[in-house]
Design a protein around this ligand. Structure first.
Ligand code: SF4
Ligand code: SF4
Length: 134
């Protein structure tokens, strides 16, 4: 039986925005968790890839504040394995784009100490610097 999720209009707008930017149908996600078990970056993420999808499905804008969306390396492993054909890398890219358009820093390396920067995965550094590349 298909689960019906009741969300507010604001949450619906956020879901629609992510679907428009990513070009993916987020509501198709069945929460199987294959993306999470396949993801090479999952251990470094504060929220798993399948939970990113869930948060977007329910229109929770808190997903924009997760570090996980910056840690996604766009490796497409989850994309290849997703049984619903969802390109999760496009979803994390859409979420990063929404943040970059707001000009908000969630990973500001200028405010981190040296040891924190050394522990960051390279992709997080690259993602955090993207706003400087136009
Ligand atoms: S693999 Fe696809 S369907 Fe399964 S949880 Fe991840 S995005 Fe959703
Ligand atoms: S594209 Fe991102 S979320 Fe998907 S497996 Fe690769 S790092 Fe993980």
């Amino acid at each position: 039986m298909t689960e019906v999720i009741q969300i507010s209009e604001k949450s619906k707008d956020f879901l629609k925005k992510v679907e428009e930017i990513s070009g993916e149908v987020i509501t198709l996600c069945e929460q199987c968790g294959i993306c999470t078990t396949s993801c090479p970056m999952a251990e470094d993420m504060d929220v798993s890839p399948s939970n990113i999808m869930r948060l977007v499905q329910i229109g929770d804008e808190g997903v924009l504040e997760t570090k996980a969306i910056w840690f996604c390396a766009s490796c497409f492993t989850c994309t290849v394995r997703c049984p619903r054909g969802i390109d999760l890398a496009k979803v994390t890219e859409a979420l990063r784009q929404i943040n970059l358009r707001k000009n908000t820093d969630y990973l500001d390396i200028n405010r981190m100490d040296e040891s924190e920067v050394e522990d960051l995965p390279t992709i997080a550094l690259v993602s955090s610097m993207r706003k400087y590349t136009g």
